[in-house]
Design a protein around this ligand. Structure first.
Ligand SMILES: C[S@@+](CC[C@H](N)C(=O)[O-])C[C@H]1O[C@@H](n2cnc3c(N)ncnc32)[C@H](O)[C@@H]1O
Length: 297
């Protein structure tokens, strides 16, 4: 395992009472404080950086060869899960900055469920910086392999039912729960049981729908969470996700979901979508990380 340090900056604006001297009355001013949090994220040293891998992929495309995955024979191995162990993906870094710096109000002090958390940077950052209660989910092998450890090493104490109080002045809560989109019944314990959180205000997901095969089960999982919340609390959660199109029109391998395939899947599953922001990818030229908001049609 390799451990990297991520520095997350967030600014807080608040009003401060200022008592002026010289008989002037009390005035108020807006104060902006910049806070920095250090988050430790461990991952398996699977491949190089995303940039190195991108370069390797181009070479592989030319030579039509594929590297052998060293974790192929591990318990719980799947190609999809391997991406969860590997690193913080570009979309997760961009999405973390968006949720923490640009739009903290979307998750501030809310009950958040993250799908496909991987190593967990995004969910942990939201718990720390936005004082949210975040349930970070992924396949069981990823939860046990990296996610649980990453929550623990950014926490100060364990509270009840697997919730950890995360670092930070007001620190929110974070916990890891296994949730496989191909087993939709797993979703029920996220909203139904008293032992778990009793509400889902916001669903987030970074870089989860890059494989064409995952589109339908991911959208079905969103729908189950939307429907359960609607039934239990007569309202549907807000949902924000980000993805980067990794498909190549000229590639022989058609496993990656293109932007068109992603948006068609949203429509197929009656999910209304809105593109909130687009950030140019720093890894692949002419590509971008798109942030969507999704709701039930
Ligand atoms: C590209 S990684 C993104 C991880 C993390 N959100 C990030 O951006 O750094 C995709 C994630 O989806 C998870 N995943 C894939 N198939 C899944 C499934 N059927 N159920 C739940 N999670 C799944 C993987 O384990 C992995 O963590």
């Amino acid at each position: 395992m390799q451990t990297d340090v991520h520095r997350i900056r967030c600014s807080r604006r608040h009003r401060e009472d200022v008592c002026r001297l010289g008989g002037e009355s009390e005035t108020r001013r807006r104060v902006e404080e910049v806070e920095e949090f250090v988050i430790k994220i461990s991952h398996r040293k699977l491949l190089g950086t995303e940039e190195e891998e991108e370069k390797g992929k181009e070479e592989n495309d030319k030579e039509d060869e594929f590297a052998i995955d060293p974790y192929f024979f591990d318990d719980g191995y799947s190609v999809a899960a391997t991406t969860g162990f590997a690193r913080v993906w570009e979309g997760a870094s961009v999405f973390t900055d968006f949720l923490v710096q640009e739009c903290p109000n979307l998750t501030l002090r809310k009950n958040v469920v993250e799908l496909g958390s991987g190593v967990g940077l995004c969910g942990v950052a939201v718990a720390i910086a936005n004082e949210a209660n975040v349930t970070l989910t992924d396949l069981p092998s990823v939860v046990e392999g990296v996610l649980r450890q990453n929550i623990t090493q950014n926490s100060t104490s364990l509270t009840e039912n697997g919730w950890h109080r995360v670092i930070g002045p007001q620190g929110g809560l974070a916990r890891a729960v296994a949730l496989n989109w191909e087993k939709p019944m797993d979703c029920h314990h996220l909203t139904a049981s008293e032992k778990y959180i009793d509400a889902v205000d916001v669903i987030i997901a970074a870089e989860c729908i890059w494989l064409a095969d995952l589109l339908d089960c991911f959208c079905e999982t969103l729908n189950i969470l939307f429907e359960r919340e609607k039934k239990l609390r007569s309202r549907t959660p807000q949902c924000f996700i980000c993805c980067r199109d990794r498909s190549r029109k000229d590639s022989k391998v058609k496993i990656f979901a293109s932007e068109e395939m992603v948006e068609a899947a949203f429509s197929r599953h009656a999910l209304a979508f809105d593109v909130m922001r687009e950030f140019p990818s720093t890894i692949e030229q002419n590509r971008c990380v798109k942030i969507y908001s999704l709701s039930k049609k």
